[in-house]
Design a protein around this ligand. Structure first.
Ligand code: RUB
Length: 321
């Protein structure tokens, strides 16, 4: 039987693909919610078929966007235990998925408030802070600093071509934070006004490199030039266990038409447009990674990954001794 996925699940997958749901943390939570809905709406009676169906839903969700590792990490968290022995009835399997999904969503919310709490401490009264794109983890810190009475000014890059910087600006303005929008191309020239940079992450690699919205690495370069602190705010579920065993973080390239309109493309059939959505900031450019378990140096990323996921190779070889 090829069972159809519930329309709500297909809708969440579509929204992630079309960036109506976006930002690595929100994508992860939406995927967990989709798995929860899929489990609750499953109408069959076979435990084995349920497991296969959940793995197909998982595959669909993971295929929607390639770069943010929070997506496969969330999905694995919710479905991986289905393979464990003892999950031998439909009811056990279903409640496992539902409880793991709810637990993930709850954890993600708690993580964001911890990140705000730790990150707020690096913000000083009177600071001017630069941010890029729209990161719930980064803006949470800025809002909390403001709520604690620190007088801050936030420079938000527009973040072309999709203008997520406007979302950042509006959410900060709603909280009463002073905001200046700038085009990304102005970053180096305004860096003299900036006290620190705070951005989010889509993926943190085992070597501490951070993958975030394209342009982040140029901002890091401009900050380094002036010796300005560059912080990354991220939940630990954006740390990539795959990079520990050599996998490269896939960078999403999006449609040419997000950059250049159809008409111009039609006029110049030989023109090609490159639209990478993310870039990589090397660990040396990062002052600290603000996570829900504390502020860590980027060089400690592999330790966090091993703590969270175990070291697949080491674990096996020690077992063999
Ligand atoms: C969003 C982006 C954000 C991170 C972190 O890219 O790069 O900085 O996802 O966001 P896109 P958060 O708009 O292409 O999804 O802290 O909310 O997880």
């Amino acid at each position: 039987v090829v069972r159809a996925f519930p329309p709500e699940v297909l809708e969440i997958a579509r929204k992630i693909r079309d960036m109506e749901i976006r930002g690595a943390g929100r994508i992860a939570k939406a995927a967990a919610e989709a798995l929860r809905i899929a489990a609750l709406k499953y109408e069959g009676e076979s435990c084995e078929e349920f497991k296969e169906y959940m793995l197909k839903v998982a595959e669909l969700l993971v295929s929607t966007r390639p770069t943010a590792v929070s997506l496969p990490n969330a999905v694995n968290y919710v479905v991986s235990q289905l393979k464990k022995p003892g999950i031998d009835s439909l009811e056990k399997a279903r409640s496992l998925v539902v409880s793991r999904a709810s637990r993930f969503i709850e954890y993600a919310d708690q993580a964001l408030s911890k990140i705000s709490e730790f990150g707020e401490k690096v913000i000083r009264d009177g600071d001017t802070i630069l941010t890029h794109c729209n990161s719930a983890a980064a803006t949470g810190i800025l809002v909390l600093a403001h709520k604690k009475g620190k007088d801050i000014t936030v420079y938000a890059t527009e973040t072309r071509p999709k203008f997520q910087g406007y979302i950042t600006a509006e959410s900060l303005l709603r909280e009463g934070v002073r905001v200046r929008i700038i085009p990304e191309s102005a970053v180096r020239s305004i860096m003299k006004r900036i006290d620190k940079v705070v951005v989010g992450a889509d993926t943190v690699a085992a070597n501490g490199a951070v993958v975030n919205k394209v342009g982040t690495s140029l901002i890091a370069l401009a900050a380094r030039e002036r010796g300005i602190d560059f912080f990354v705010a991220t939940e630990t579920f954006k740390f990539s266990p795959f990079t520990l065993i050599g996998d490269i973080v896939p960078i999403e390239f999006r449609a040419e038409t997000e950059i250049v309109d159809e008409e111009m493309l039609a006029r110049h059939p030989k023109l090609r447009v490159l639209n990478p959505a993310f870039d990589v900031t090397p660990p040396d450019f990062i002052t600290g990674i603000i996570t829900e378990i504390g502020i860590i140096p980027p060089q400690a990323a592999s330790i966090v990954i091993e703590e969270m996921y175990g070291h697949p190779v080491m674990h096996e070889s020690l077992k063999a001794v």
